[in-house]
Write a protein that binds this ligand. Structure first.
Ligand code: HSE
Length: 302
């Protein structure tokens, strides 16, 4: 029996469209054991109502991608999924599924593939690397895909940053959120984002946070997605009013993440709970920290 723990992730982080993300301490768990025949998938939480339990299941599909690559044939498989990452909310639930399947498939086959190979496979399955890279590697990650080779840096996030995730009760499919984006952008919008991506990376890596509000600025995706997310502007403003260092749409949305200094986190949390309970009851606040480890195969006692 093998068990993996994979963190939630928050991608884009404002300007870093498809290239930046951070792992967060909210986890999905998958257990696998080889059985005599067939495929049995049990899901222990309410996502079991929506997630496929047959060969189309994303965790199984990702596991099978490893088996096909390395020529391993299990007799049968029993998977148990415990999903804590909210589904279709911009917190990397599908990336967690992909990464858990790849890691467990590799472990069952005797670990023939390196982590970098698994990362390239994860990016190939997901289509972009901003969620799967931190899910696998942990920390704050920057990645680019250079002709199929994933070039990335993963840096631990310092303990003084917290990530407040505002999660609504409605879904937003990434496909839909990508369909509203323009096919081309102006030189000036591109320049706006490139400078800010660099500034955000430098701010997080150096621990100098005074520029984060400017650095999370974006002209490539958030303003187009705003119409799919009622109250987005009001929530950004409320987070800034309550002391956030920077606020951005997490991945394709609809979750909004506020970067908050740990010293201000308790006040921020209390005041945002009041805002939500008065004006936006369909949003919930989750005060999260960075996960600097990434996906882990757990030992049998964990
Ligand atoms: N970078 C992606 C997007 C994240 O914004 O569409 C969603 O997985």
């Amino acid at each position: 029996m093998l068990k993996v723990r994979v963190p939630a992730t928050s991608a884009n982080m404002g300007p870093g469209f498809d290239s930046m993300g951070v792992a967060l301490n909210l986890y999905n768990y998958v257990t696998v054991e080889e059985i005599d025949s067939g495929l049995v998938i049990d899901i222990t939480d309410e996502t079991g109502k929506y997630i496929r339990k047959d060969e189309k299941n994303l965790v199984y599909q990702s596991m099978k991608a490893v088996f096909d690559k390395v020529g391993y044939t299990p007799k049968g498989l029993h998977l148990i999924l415990e999903n804590n990452i909210m589904v279709t909310r911009g917190l990397g639930s599908s990336s967690a599924g992909i990464v858990s399947g790849l890691l467990l498939g590799n472990a069952l086959a005797g670990n023939p593939l390196s982590k970098d190979t698994l990362l390239a496979m994860a990016v190939d399955i997901e289509g972009h690397g901003d969620n799967v890279t931190p899910a696998l590697m942990g920390g704050f990650c920057i990645n680019v895909n250079q002709n199929g080779k994933i070039r990335y840096v993963s840096t631990p996030v310092k303990e003084d940053l917290m990530f407040a995730a505002l999660v609504p009760d409605f879904y937003l499919q990434t496909k839909k959120a990508r369909s509203v984006l323009p096919r081309s952008v102006t030189m000036w919008d591109a320049v706006y984002n490139t400078g800010r991506s660099a500034l955000l990376a430098a701010s997080i890596m150096s621990g100098k946070y005074e520029n984060i509000r400017a650095a999370v600025g974006d002209k490539l995706h958030q303003r187009y997605r705003k119409r799919l997310i009622p109250n987005m502007d009001a929530l950004f403003q409320a987070c800034y009013d309550k002391g956030a260092l920077g606020v951005y749409l997490s991945g394709a949305g609809p979750t909004i993440v506020a970067i908050v200094h740990r010293e201000k986190a308790a006040t921020f949390s209390g005041e945002m709970h009041t805002v939500l309970s008065k004006r936006m009851k369909n949003w919930t606040l989750h005060m999260l920290e960075a996960d600097n480890q990434g996906a882990q195969i757990l030992d049998e006692h964990q």
